[in-house]
Design a binder for this molecule. Structure first.
Ligand code: GS8
Length: 219
């Protein structure tokens, strides 16, 4: 029986992009199903009844939810190329630690730069930059978070690069000035086909942010 791989996703989602990049690294073919998050399909609700969110990967009819869990699953199922998590248990734990940190810090603080106003906006911007500086320190002098090879933590973080323009414009700062080494890493990652083919145009993402602000009544 041929394998069935379906991805429920939304084009601008940094979480969905993680999965698209991981599938591209493994050269897994799949059916992409764009979701309307304002009017969720019964298929999405049935596939992710707990969180009701994208991304959801449906492999041979069975759904897997939460982007970092999906990427680990992809790494465990398609083992023939591009290992993503390190083999060494300590390094694996470290990769999961930074993933947890990125999940808890980067998305929320980044979103609050455009969702909040005044002091809360400034606080979000400060926290966002501080957290990325910390992540940048973790990169050290290595080309990737996975060391010499592009891997799990790189996949967790690189999708946010397509949102940097929106954060910078809304927060009035420049990532290049704050985290120059991290921006070198972004350029390096963007040379990979799996990444440049997946990442949306940052200006399109910003237009989406502006439309969200309008919808949420944020001026
Ligand atoms: C987050 C997914 C998520 O926020 C993961 O997969 O890592 N922890 C999850 N998905 C959003 C779209 S991206 O911002 C989503 O589906 N939102 C719909 C909703 O909240 O109703």
């Amino acid at each position: 029986m041929a394998e069935s791989v379906v991805l429920l996703d939304f084009w601008a989602s940094a979480f969905g992009l993680r999965v698209r990049i991981a599938l591209a690294e493994k050269r897994v073919e799949y059916e992409y199903k764009e979701q309307d998050l304002c009017n969720k399909s019964p298929f999405l609700l049935q596939s992710n009844p707990v969180h009701k969110k994208i991304p959801v990967l449906i492999h041979n009819g069975r759904p897997i939810c939460e982007s970092h869990i999906i990427v680990e699953y992809i790494d465990e199922v398609w083992t023939d190329r591009s290992p993503l998590l390190p083999k060494d248990p300590y390094q694996r734990a470290n990769a999961r630690f930074w993933t947890d940190y990125i999940n808890k810090k980067v998305y929320d603080t980044g979103s609050n730069i455009w969702k909040k106003k005044g002091e809360a906006k400034e606080a979000a911007k400060k926290e966002f930059i501080e957290s990325l500086k910390l992540v940048e320190g973790q990169l050290g002098d290595e080309p990737y978070f996975g060391g010499e090879t592009f891997g799990y933590v790189d996949i967790m973080l690189i999708p946010f690069a397509s949102w940097f323009h929106a954060y910078e414009t809304e927060g009035n700062f420049k990532m290049e000035n704050e985290c120059p080494k991290l921006m070198e890493w972004v350029k390096r990652c963007k040379e990979r086909k799996s990444v440049y083919k997946a990442l949306p145009d940052p200006h399109k993402v910003y237009d989406f942010v502006l439309s969200m602000k309008k919808r949420l009544g944020i001026e």
